[in-house]
Ligand binder design. Structure first.
Ligand code: GLA
Length: 380
């Protein structure tokens, strides 16, 4: 990173910061309903080498970009002024300035191992890497949840995606060998030990390499549907509906909203049960909850697709303890919880099923619970 930075900008960076992608174990489409989720950080991460500038310019370069250095004057930053990947880092700097923080320009060089379009939060990793870099460089000392909120604000305003807070909190606040139990209303969070290897288990991530275009518009529509349902039910958010209230609530709702509410309420309950299993050191007990969560996303929330269903069904038939799509859906990735000794055969069965169905081969990664965002090295 340092060498590439020097070549681009003719001087050393002040440091290198990193922020990971994530998978969510359980608690999908609950974050924007003030609910609960249980994500973990991946080893795949976005790195930012950075140096402050005193002339109010933001210069940006990405190893995954077109080779050009983009120059943006800080004074002119506003939603709509940046395009492509630059929206995410520019949005973060804008959001910091908007919140009244005294930040100036910087030279940034970015490189990432988080696959894009795979539902593994490459955009949150990029936002959070820039947020932690700026926090350090400009001595802001912001707590993790505030950095996550800043990154989320960038995504809302600069990318136009009304995302929840899960991805940014997972990227900033995760730690090695743990999953992050997150209350999305208060941002209270707890790291739950999630060792996997010690239990003879592995968590595979199967990237279907499918990204349906309806993704972003459909996401906003689902969020709006949940908010309408909460208003009709007279609760601040669907989080406020207890499982015992579900029957009467569903009876009074229009047919298009009732399944959304059922998913959110049952999914919050699955998060609680998943945490109970982990705290009882029964990681295998997570399996059936994952598969039940997938059924709910497929049948009630309607965000699964043929390819993600095929991964789940094939993996479970081949002996996986459980499997579910992870992230927003409409394609993307599936997590598969498997015994170590069976993982390879399960991955093989999925690849074979994709071949038979005429789909592109999936990419299989291993999810190792990893560290959250932070500084990597001191530059010269
Ligand atoms: C995307 C969003 C998150 C969350 C998930 C679904 O990843 O960015 O905020 O809503 O979808 O759980």
């Amino acid at each position: 990173m340092e060498a590439a930075f020097r070549r681009l900008y003719g001087t050393a960076p002040e440091g290198v910061w990193s922020a990971p992608g994530r998978v969510n174990l359980i608690g999908e489409h609950t974050d924007y309903n003030d609910g609960f989720c249980l994500p973990m950080a991946l080893p795949q991460a976005t790195l930012v080498a950075a140096r402050r500038r005193t002339d109010g310019l933001l210069r940006l370069h990405s190893a995954q970009g077109d080779g050009k250095v983009t120059e943006l004057p800080l004074a002119g930053l506003a939603p709509g002024t940046a395009t492509g990947w630059v929206r995410y880092p520019a949005g973060v700097v804008w959001a910091l300035a908007e919140a009244g923080h005294d930040v100036g320009g910087a030279d940034l060089h970015i490189d990432s191992t988080v696959p894009t379009g795979a539902g593994l939060s490459s955009s949150a990793a990029l936002e959070c890497a820039v947020a932690v870099a700026y926090d350090d460089l400009y001595g802001l000392g912001l707590p993790g949840p505030e950095l996550a909120r800043t990154a989320q604000r960038a995504e809302h305003a600069f990318a136009g995606v009304p995302c929840g807070i899960m991805d940014q909190m997972a990227s900033v606040c995760s730690a090695e060998a743990t999953a992050l139990h997150l209350d999305c209303r208060t941002l209270a969070h707890r790291r739950i030990p999630f060792g996997l290897a010690a239990d003879g288990l592995r968590l595979l991530v199967v990237d279907t390499r499918v990204k349906h275009d309806l993704g972003d518009g459909a996401y906003a529509a689902l969020r709006a549907g949940c908010e309408r349902a909460a208003t009709l039910l007279g609760v601040p958010a669907l989080r406020d509906l207890a499982p015992a209230d579900l029957g009467p609530a569903l009876a009074g709702l229009p047919a298009d909203l009732a399944p959304l509410v059922r998913h959110v309420v049952t999914e919050n309950e699955r998060v609680t049960r998943a945490v109970d299993h982990l705290e009882a050191e029964d990681t295998e007990g997570l399996g059936p909850l994952l598969t039940a969560g997938h059924a709910s996303l497929r049948d009630d929330y309607g965000v699964s697709c043929a390819e993600t269903d095929l991964v789940v069904d094939t993996a479970v038939a081949a002996g996986a303890l459980g499997a579910r799509m992870t992230g927003a859906g409409f394609g993307g990735s599936v997590i598969v919880l498997a015994r170590d000794r069976e993982a390879r055969a399960i991955a093989g069965a999925v690849t074979e099923a994709f071949h038979r169905a005429g789909h592109h081969p999936p990419a299989v990664l291993e999810a190792v619970p990893s560290r959250g965002a932070g500084r990597l090295t001191m530059g010269g």
